[in-house]
Design a protein around this ligand. Sequence first.
Ligand code: GTP
Ligand code: MG
Length: 59
Amino acid sequence: MVVKNARFEISAVGPKQYPKGNLPEVVLVGKSNVGKSSFVNTLCNRKNLARTSNTPRKD
Ligand SMILES: Nc1nc2c(ncn2[C@@H]2O[C@H](COP(=O)(O)OP(=O)(O)OP(=O)(O)O)[C@@H](O)[C@H]2O)c(=O)[nH]1
Ligand SMILES: [Mg+2]
């Protein structure tokens, strides 16, 4: 798969904020610091689309 165009839309915390539309949605689940954001960046061939960190989130 080649991702040609990717952009950050929103960091939504509730259904009212979810983007409208009928595009397919993908869920990516994993413990903190396991590499989810890195995976998204690799998939999109971008370095900083999703923020990565060396330290796991505490909340
Ligand atoms: N060795 C190794 N390190 C990785 C790999 N993928 C990610 N990392 C590192 O693991 C750390 C955490 O990666 P993130 O992508 O920020 O992890 P995350 O799951 O998004 O973390 P949260 O957003 O806190 O839930 C970073 O320091 C990455 O560089 C991998 O395949 N191998
Ligand atoms: Mg992350």
